[in-house]
Design a protein around this ligand. Structure first.
Ligand code: ADA
Length: 562
């Protein structure tokens, strides 16, 4: 299952996720031995492969004929795709989708092989040993699409609020095997209207169409946490009156706007009560089934949360679908965590980071839940070279999507030189944990005041993108020693109160939702080789802090008083 709703009525598709796959490691004692697996699959969930770092083949048969497109929602971290032994393409980065085309297949059974690599090396600038795990496997869904003369490659649906009502801008990319072909494109938005346009493919067989639909304010229901109204956008491509392909997206009418220090959703000042969340679970690695995605959201909602930060990479699109459906706001960020200037100078850093950013926006731009694009968590924003990278990344985001504010979570206290660049200033603060000589109130105030008094970030909205403390599930003591559940609960209580008592701060994302596995090559002395700052542990069992956080979040609304 690739999305939570049907995306085609014309195009024939097959879900290639599920059973019928094998995994064969290419190195180690068991090299060459095939294991039956169910895809999505991280090989760390197979007994004996819990810590396997290397290459492995995922294989299955499928039935098809003619021209087909194989869509991979996520392969961690590098995948090379072969059909009947022929190499079709390669993709780097676990967290963005890609597709390969196989042409002229004879009717009958065909062999699909994906060689997956999760090794760390100079070739991989973003998947590096880190404070989360880089798993190995086909970690998200796979599907096969039957291609005819032409197909709709992407459909971006972005709303705009104007003085005369709402507009929905649809940008559609069409691909065809032949240049100079004429098509009619019909775009329908349920309950709003439809528009059609003629398109002709260029010398490369591509065409870009842009259509705008208008709606009076009273004819649409706005998307908001309290009423997440969604609209299907259906594009149908026809040749000489005959439909050849289609694509269904979903959109919401909502406006995110910055006004002075305020983040406005449909004109109301948002209060963000969020959680940072990794895609991680001991039973599944990063290949989370839909029921786990929903289970996580149910917990976040129970805690009174209204927002998620997708640390530190683009998420499974089904999670974004669920956030759209349930009115959860999302800060989605590109893939990077804590890269030093030296790591950013890896020649692969720029192209890999630019690609993941572009792929993230291309795949997710239509989701109404996404309110902020984030980049380069805790990278070298205190150096001249780092600044160049930040400026470029913001440039890419703004060019691809001028409709959303951009930001970056910084830890460069009193020395960040990039605060003129984003729309929102964001800091990760750990008073009473890493910073022991300051109270939460003092540390929050010092950082906030520095930004307001001494930087070009003054007067912009200000977010705390991480606060938290380690607490090991079941480690209890009245002594309030670090790592106890008691200490974590008390620290979060102080931190949250400090944030919400500071006028000018628009909200917070708690670090973090659940405990996660850490790659042991990074920091072997984190207790349990886990990041233990979850409000729930890795099995989603509640720690003491759960009730404190819930009480505070539930006492506050989604908006500040007007
Ligand atoms: C950082 C980082 C997180 C995590 C956190 C921590 O702020 O952004 O990924 O490592 O610190 O737990 O120390």
């Amino acid at each position: 299952m690739i999305r939570t709703f049907a995306t085609h009525t014309v195009r024939q598709t097959q879900d290639l996720s599920g059973s019928g796959w094998t995994f064969t490691p290419l190195s180690g004692e068991c090299a060459g031995q095939a294991y039956p697996v169910v895809v999505p699959c991280c090989w760390e969930t197979i007994p004996g492969f819990e810590s396997y770092r290397g290459e492995g083949d995922f294989e299955r048969e499928f039935e098809a004929e003619g021209d087909v497109r194989l869509v991979f929602e996520g392969v961690s971290h590098t995948g090379r795709v072969y059909v009947d032994g022929e190499f079709l393409g390669e993709h780097y980065n676990a967290f963005t989708p890609f597709a390969c085309i196989a042409r002229g297949l004879k009717p009958g059974a065909h062999h699909l092989k994906v060689t997956v690599d999760n090794r760390f090396s100079e070739k991989s600038a973003l998947h590096v040993p880190n404070d989360y795990m880089t798993y190995g496997g086909i970690s998200r869904g796979v599907s096969l699409e039957q291609l005819t003369d032409a197909w709709i490659q992407s459909l971006h649906a972005v709303p705009e609020k104007t003085e005369d009502g709402w507009k929905l801008h649809a940008d559609i990319r069409i691909c065809s095997f032949a240049p100079g072909e004429d098509f009619t494109l019909l775009v329908q938005v349920q309950g709003v209207g439809s528009v059609d346009t003629e398109v002709t493919t260029d010398a490369d067989g591509c065409a870009d169409a842009h259509v705008t639909l208008s709606a009076k304010n009273e004819t649409v229901t706005e998307w908001a946490p309290e009423h997440p109204a969604l609209y299907f956008v259906h594009a149908v491509l026809a040749k000489s009156g005959r439909p050849v392909d289609d694509l269904i997206e979903r959109a919401g009418f909502r406006e995110i706007r910055i006004q002075g220090q305020d983040i406005l959703l449909n004109g109301r000042k948002l209060r963000i009560k969020g959680f940072c969340r990794h895609e991680d679970h001991p039973l599944f690695g990063c290949a989370l089934p839909l029921s786990v995605l929903q289970g996580d959201l149910a917990i976040i909602r129970d805690l009174g949360g209204n927002a998620v930060r997708t640390t530190h990479y683009p998420n499974d699109e089904r999670f974004l679908d669920l956030c759209d459906e349930q009115g959860i706001l999302v800060w989605e960020e590109n893939h990077a965590r804590g890269l030093s200037e030296e790591q950013m100078r890896n020649p692969n850093f720029e192209p890999q980071e630019e690609k993941v950013t572009a792929e993230m926006v291309d795949a997710h731009i239509s989701h109404p839940c996404i309110m902020i694009w984030g980049i380069l968590n805790e990278c070298a924003s205190d150096t001249a070279y780092g600044r160049e990278c930040y400026a470029k990344q913001y440039g890419i985001l703004r060019k691809m999507d001028p409709s959303r504010p951009v930001s970056s979570a910084s830890c460069k206290f009193f020395k960040d030189i990039c605060l003129d660049l984003p729309d929102i200033v964001s800091y990760n603060l750990y008073p009473e944990w890493y910073v022991q000589d300051k109270t939460a109130e003092e540390w929050v105030k010092e950082n906030y005041d520095w930004v307001q008094n001494e930087t070009p970030g003054a007067g912009k909205p200000f977010l705390i993108t991480e606060i938290g403390a380690g607490g090991i599930y079941g480690f209890r003591s009245q002594s309030l020693d670090p790592w106890t559940e008691e200490y974590q609960a008390q620290t979060l209580d102080h931190q949250l109160r400090a944030v919400f008592n500071t006028k000018g701060i628009s909200g917070v994302f708690i670090w973090q939702f659940a405990d996660v596995r850490v790659s042991r090559e990074w920091f072997a002395n984190r207790p349990r080789t886990m990041n233990n700052k979850g409000i729930v542990d890795e099995y989603r069992r509640r720690k003491l802090a759960y009730e404190n956080v819930k009480a505070i979040y539930k006492s506050l609304g989604n908006y500040f008083e007007e």
